[in-house]
Design a protein around this ligand. Sequence first.
Ligand code: NAD
Length: 315
Amino acid sequence: VAKIGFLGLGNMGAPMVENLIEAGHIVHIYDVLPELRAPLVALGAIDALTPLEATRDVDIVITMLPSGAIVRQVYEGPTGIFNTLDCRGLLFIDCSTIAPDDARALAAGATRVGAEMIDAPVSGGVRGAIDGTLTFIVGGSSQTLEKARPVLENMGRAIFHVGEHGAGQTAKICNNMMTGILMAGTAEALALGVRNGLDPGVLSDVMRKSTGANFVVERWNPWPGVDQNSPASKGYAGGFKLGLLLKDLDLAIQSAQSSKAAVPLGSAARNLFQIHALGAVENVGMDMSIVQSLYYPISIAESVQQPALMLPRGN
Ligand code: NAD
């Protein structure tokens, strides 16, 4: 049993905490939004009113936060963990998706205060977090990974050690660029089919068994009602916020610029999602599969009220 401080209880963090509690760990939790803590406290988590309170009596700190700027503030800020806590002997696991340079700077900071750190961004989405089947993509030393492994295994299934500090983030960014491209491509294909008289569910079944098969069409269908478990069938709530995907696509483009790689499809996907974000501010907080409505006038209200397979209004 480990004593864990967990910071960031959003779409991913909350179900990860649930799995840690179920595995028997003592989990101290903190999020800037207090309403996210109560349901986890009911399951056995220990409430903390500040990040310091959540981390001062633990062996392991896990962070699952929105952006590199926030992660750095939480660890390195004037009231951050490195500056307020006796960090000697602690293990820090950052599961957020952030820039590789930020991950390297944080790991160096951890070393300076006598702690160890790995970047361990995840893949598998909210469903992977709930099912405890996340993929962890780890950068850092193998010795530190071995210390983290038992806890990672309580939240995920596959654990990849891809290289030194920051390498986990590099791999994660490549993966998410691919996810953005797949989401846009799948939404585009579904809208083309529907505009030509096809049922989106039937077309999805065809693609699942054909060369167009991919994770999005399998487990993240962007058309409301096709997959009852996908965010599209829940008013595009939960899931992976479009704003977070945009952050990752921006990270991919920054990586491409600094390494002189060409990412024409990643750039196209980034611009497509950015146009959608600029079109309506509420899209930013919705699951990224909301991009379907850029291709076709989906009725979000109908998608929640009538979860059965439906053909939305045409235009
Ligand atoms: P989210 O926005 O749902 O949750 C982030 C949480 O962090 C929020 O509850 C927010 O209140 C909290 N927070 C912000 N600042 C904080 C602070 N200073 N201290 C404590 N808590 C703070 O995001 P998410 O979907 O859970 O994603 C978290 C991270 O995981 C992101 O980096 C994202 O890119 C990555 N990720 C998300 C998914 C997904 O499918 N949602 C999949 C893989 C990776």
